[in-house]
Design a protein around this ligand. Sequence first.
Ligand code: FES
Ligand SMILES: [Fe+2]
Length: 448
Amino acid sequence: MSKQFALSDLVDDRPDDGVFRINRAMFRDPELFDMEMKHVFEGGWLFIGLSTQAEHPHDFFTGFIGRVPIIVSRDGDGELQCFVNACPHKGVRLVQKKCGNARRHVCPYHGWTFDSSGANKNIKWKKGGCYSEAFDSENHDLAEVARFGEYRGFLFASLNPDVPSLEEHLGEASKLIDLLADKAPNGLELVPGRVTFTYAANWKMQLENCADQYHFTSTHPSYIRILEQRAKEEADEVVKSSIGASDFWTENASGVTGGTMSFDHGHVLNWGIMPPSSAIADFERAEELAEEFGEARRNWMFNMRNLTIFPNMQIAENASSQLRVIRPLAAGLTEMQTWCIAPRGESDEARRFRIRQYEDFFNPTGMATPDDTVCYEEAQLGMAEQERPWLQGHARGMTATVEGGNEYADMIDVKPARSVLADAQLCDESLFASYYRAWAERMKEVVA
Ligand code: FES
Ligand SMILES: [Fe+2]
């Protein structure tokens, strides 16, 4: 490597001095990007999809772990498996489709054939091939991904065998996945219609944005104005059909509007109090959920929650519910795949409502996503090398942060490493430290 980075030149983490800073180089440097791909994305657990994406025997879907193409396939016995989606012959990506159902996968180059359990079933013209014994004794199946696990229908995999258990990786953050899964007694599914888009900026812009409450009022004024307009029009209606702008920062008696939680291994939650309301699709089950889980837990299910499972999965639950998967392509280029994620078996009315609100806020065609991605791209311009490399975007909330949880975390029995309780204007940035500490942990062996 031509250049050496010291970790302390990239992440200036000095809690005793009240300092947490990030170097702009982390967003633009191509060598660092390659190291991130190898050690952050290909060196640890990554979210790869939902089990309902391959529900029946021989169903499959494809994706990537870092730069490595993978296929998740349910074999004939109903077992889910995860393979490197590359032909052992000359490396051609075996399956190009995003998803489907197939008992056999035939390589487009020389026709080697594999079944849905990854086993090689045919090497074209094998008999006439004059192969050596050494070749015959080799394994010609698809390579299994080293670690593969499921948590409540969420699938994770790691190319690196030397990682903690999935349970340990998710830790207490798994309880936030529970909150989503508990709402869906018949399981969670992706509403048909995936959206894929790219933006010309580093992947960490999206990583941060999901947990960045500070930008909301200044980046999305047009969305907020439309919500306010609708709220005015519906002022006299008993049943609200749209979330109001004020719903995003409902204040309780002690002035708390929400807060943040930071977990080990880089997972974070940014949340806001949002009382159960007919403007949220899950409202049809509000009473049922309170009976089953108690009122406090039910109320948490309706709170605005932006959850990041480091480094590539984000779930945004607000007016609707979105699953986002981050795939870095270059230091200054990122692909996003997003879906509306929903409980199976909800009523047609709830589903329709969920999708309409989803279209409102999310996607390149929605009212919020383009505002954000334009800011990412503008930020990327400002990441160019300069005299003062340190960003000042990770300092809010520093003195409001406490070790462990708080009374709201207790309601759902979750024990974060650190937490913040906030009013509408605190907009904690200290939770980002959790990302960069996990980043540094995965990079520590390669960065001096
Ligand atoms: S590369 Fe797949 S059969 Fe040749
Ligand atoms: Fe935003």
